[in-house]
Design a protein around this ligand. Structure first.
Ligand code: EPZ
Length: 426
């Protein structure tokens, strides 16, 4: 039986008491992509700094269902894709994980066909895959839908070509870039996502022999190549969203909180937002130290593709803005369901008006009171946990397993810096 854990948090009642160091883990949205990329390679791919989170386990199972071997030892993970031959993904697993669509690209490119259901994932709004499908079609794949799953075929292999992304898509860019490494001719992708995870995934592929140019810009060109396994393990980049969530916490409740193991350049937009709010930050190498100022200034935030303000950091920052003195506007421009959790913050005492599904007005500063609530998705769940951390009284955040999908040992990291938080199994 699957247990549903809860986090029980004794709030700090607005007192800035957290001190010490939190080291961020490897990035969820990087490891999931390179695990999929490993399916392109006839051999063994080893990764280090791999976070121990539920989504990595699910991706491992999905790969094993297609004949690969996935083994884990501490923070190292190995994918042996040599024995892979299956092309039909387990529907229940693939549905539970948005990143399953990313695996479709490598499997199609290497084996000439792939079958998968419409992928699921978070409840943060519509998650269409039309862009992926038209990209695969552009590279010569034939697509059919039997009412339950998609079946894609390119028996002679994918062809070269040019594809323009109608919308900028992170996983879309990664998936087509991966698939294109085994195409018969050059592939040009335009209007690509520039997220650091896209760049880091290309680095892995390049180190296996892929010929990829322009990554980190809006146009990526992939030339035909053959891929061979790397000799050494590949290191997963630090999780920038985890880092940003802890910085938001430090700005509300930090006495002197250090977030370490980060790449500060990945956090430019968030760091500049914190500066505008009057938050004192010290950046030193791969560490950032933050404390809560006497007074937080309001600021307007608009989520945007990288290097703009990340949609995944929107919820933690909305919690922070409830503590700023004055009016702030948050515009969520990427996903339409991603402000729904603000209703829970209102129950805790926040003054938030949803002007539209994409726009919220926050008036602070409001003290927050404790709440019992279930985590709606990874990022909103974490934001509610942060709200509970600064609230007065004891909160319970149910559905902890949803937070576990994206954050490794969150209760251990937060209790180490002075928060009273425990996991309760029900
Ligand atoms: C990735 O999702 C991340 N997930 C998300 O993180 C993140 O929120 C998002 O990028 C934006 O940064 C992974 O990397 C696994 P998109 P992705 O395709 O790639 C529309 C988290 O919490 N669209 O860049 O699925 C779409 O509706 C997760 O870690 C289409 O219209 O997002 C959205 O409005 C949640 N058609 C926009 O594009 C398509 O075929 C951008 O989404 C694909 C996308």
């Amino acid at each position: 039986m699957r247990h549903m854990d809860s986090f029980v948090v004794e709030g700090l009642a607005g007192e800035p008491k957290l001190a010490g160091n939190i080291t961020v883990s490897g990035a969820k949205n990087h490891i999931l992509k390179v695990m999929a990329a490993a399916a392109l390679i006839e051999g063994e791919s080893r990764f280090e700094n791999v976070p121990d989170i539920a989504d990595v386990t699910a991706m491992g199972k999905l790969l094993e269902g297609l004949g690969a071997f996935v083994t884990r030892s501490g923070s190292s993970l190995t994918v042996s894709a040599k024995p892979m031959s299956g092309t039909v993904m387990d529907p229940a697993l693939a549905k539970s994980l948005r990143a399953s669509i990313v695996l479709a690209g490598p499997v199609l490119a290497r084996f000439g066909s792939v079958t998968f259901p419409h992928p699921g994932g978070d409840v943060i709004g519509e998650r269409p895959i039309d862009v992926f499908l038209s990209g695969f079609e552009k590279l010569g794949a034939k697509i059919s839908w039997n009412g339950g799953s998609y079946h894609l075929e390119a028996p002679q292999g994918l062809s070269g070509g040019e594809f323009f992304f109608r919308v900028v898509s992170v996983t879309g860019t990664e998936t087509l870039m991966m698939a294109a490494t085994l195409a018969k001719g050059p592939v040009t992708l335009k209007n690509c996502a520039m997220e650091p995870e896209v760049v880091a995934t290309a680095e892995f592929l390049k180190s296996c022999g892929a010929k990829i140019e322009g990554v980190g810009t809006t146009t990526i060109v992939i030339n035909p190549s053959s891929l061979t396994p790397r000799a050494s393990p590949f290191r997963i980049m630090p999780d920038r969203i985890e880092a940003e969530s802890f910085l938001a916490l430090g700005a509300m409740a930090g006495k002197k909180l250090t977030v370490s193991g980060v790449v500060p350049q990945h956090l430019d937009s968030v760091i500049n937002t914190l500066w505008s709010m009057g938050v004192p930050l010290t950046i030193s190498g791969d560490s950032i130290t933050v404390s809560a100022p006497e007074r937080l200034l309001p600021v307007n935030v608009r989520t945007h593709e990288y290097p703009g303000f990340p949609t995944d950091a929107q919820a933690p920052f909305t919690v922070l803005l409830t503590q700023a003195e004055g009016d702030s506007i948050v515009i969520e421009s990427i996903f339409e369901g991603r402000l729904n959790y603000t209703a829970e913050l209102v129950k805790m005492g926040a003054k938030i008006t949803l002007i539209s599904p994409h726009r919220a007005k926050i008036t602070g500063k409001t003290p927050l009171s404790a709440i019992a609530v279930d985590s709606p998705d990874i990022r909103a769940g974490l934001a509610l946990l942060l709200a509970a951390a600064i609230a007065k009284g004891k909160s319970t955040i149910g559905n902890a397993n949803i937070i576990d999908r994206g954050y490794e040992g969150i209760e251990k990291k937060l209790s180490a810096v002075g928060l009273s938080i425990k996991r309760v199994r029900s």
